[in-house]
Design a protein around this ligand. Structure first.
Ligand code: PAF
Length: 341
């Protein structure tokens, strides 16, 4: 009798090991070791920056911790350098359910979820600490939740630092110096309106096109945090002047496609959500650390950095942009953000 039971158990175990099933990511194969549905999930996570950038380093941390905590039940493959698409197209793919996961700056997300655009208003945040308070507080958490209506789960806030202007022509000290300068901007209506108000000629395009446009002189300027100018060696694309305008703080969102998310069991969702928050915290710490280093490297490469920018004339010039967008976002929301201590 005992021998019969042992034989039956062996057959059952063997069957469990060879079963296949389908889940949220790619074709799924049972591991035979899971105590629940036996499914495994493979997701692709993409972003637009290099393998040394905190976007990448934090996604690697997320991958390792999620794989460990789910005993390999969830696998995450990380793709840098827009390999899965530039930020706007990848965000759209997440919302359509044709991509799984990404980190993106907020600017292009606003094309699908206009409410998030409020955080891209120029000179909204006085410091990194101010931005972190707002994003980790009610305003930021409500914005993350609101993404769900666009088919995206907003997991956590990361960042890329304050954006500064680089160009191939001259030192930019005041809005007058920007007159007529052809500048590449992100695909974001507020950024475009702000540079128009400053007298520049903004051309919105994906980051994947920006380098060629700078090299060929189609645009003369761009604006991004120092870490991007450093890691993409923008001085080799004629960007030899940099002004620390800090005109926009660039928040980033760790995102998951809602249609993929909904296929996951709650315990796995919980692990991914927790690890995304931990990865985002790590990401922000790394950006803060690496920013100084990047400025130093840019100087060593001969980039002329104008540090003491008087921001008042820039702020004054973009006042009409605030007035225009007050009606969209609500004056009270903007004031609440500005007054967050
Ligand atoms: O300028 C951009 O498009 C973004 O800042 C970048 C470089 C893709 C990082 O989010």
């Amino acid at each position: 009798m005992k021998r019969k039971w042992t034989a039956a158990l062996t057959v059952l175990l063997g069957a469990a090991l060879t079963l296949t099933a389908c889940g949220g990511g790619k074709q799924q194969t049972t591991t035979g070791t899971s105590k629940d549905d036996g499914k495994t999930y493979t997701f692709k996570a993409g972003h637009s920056l290099t393998e040394n950038h905190p976007y990448h380093l934090s996604l690697k941390q997320l991958k390792e911790n999620v794989e460990k905590r789910t005993n390999g039940k969830v696998k995450i493959e990380v793709y840098p350098l827009s390999q899965l698409g530039a930020e706007r197209e990848l965000t759209e793919a997440l919302s359509l359910g044709t991509a799984d996961m990404s980190i993106s700056s907020t600017a292009p997300i606003a094309n699908f979820y206009p409410a998030i655009g409020v955080v891209d208003l120029p000179f909204l945040f006085g410091s990194r600490e101010h931005a972190t308070k707002v994003l980790d507080g009610k305003v930021g958490q409500d914005l993350l939740k609101g993404l769900e209506k666009s088919g995206i789960i907003g997991l956590a806030w990361g960042e890329n630092g304050f954006r500064h202007i680089t160009n191939s022509k001259k030192e930019i000290k005041s809005p007058e110096d920007l007159k007529g300068i052809k500048i590449r901007t992100q695909e974001n209506k507020i950024h475009i309106a702000a540079f128009e108000a400053l007298g520049a000629k903004p051309t919105p395009m994906a980051w994947t096109e920006a380098l060629t446009a700078l090299q060929q002189g189609v645009v003369e300027a761009q604006e991004n945090p120092a870490i991007v100018a450093d890691q993409y060696k923008l001085y080799e694309s004629k960007q030899t002047f940099m002004s620390l305008t800090g005109h926009v703080y660039s928040p980033a969102v760790f995102m998951f496609s809602k249609s993929k998310w909904d296929t996951l069991p709650p315990d796995i969702q919980k692990i991914i959500a927790e690890e995304a928050k931990a990865a985002a915290k790590f990401e922000r710490e790394q950006i803060a650390k690496m920013e100084e280093e990047s400025l130093k490297k840019l100087k060593e490469k001969g980039v002329k950095i104008f540090e003491n920018v008087d921001k008042k004339p820039f702020r004054d010039a973009i006042k009409p942009v605030y007035e225009k967008y007050e009606s969209q976002f609500g004056k009270k929301l903007i004031e609440d953000i500005v007054n967050t201590k």
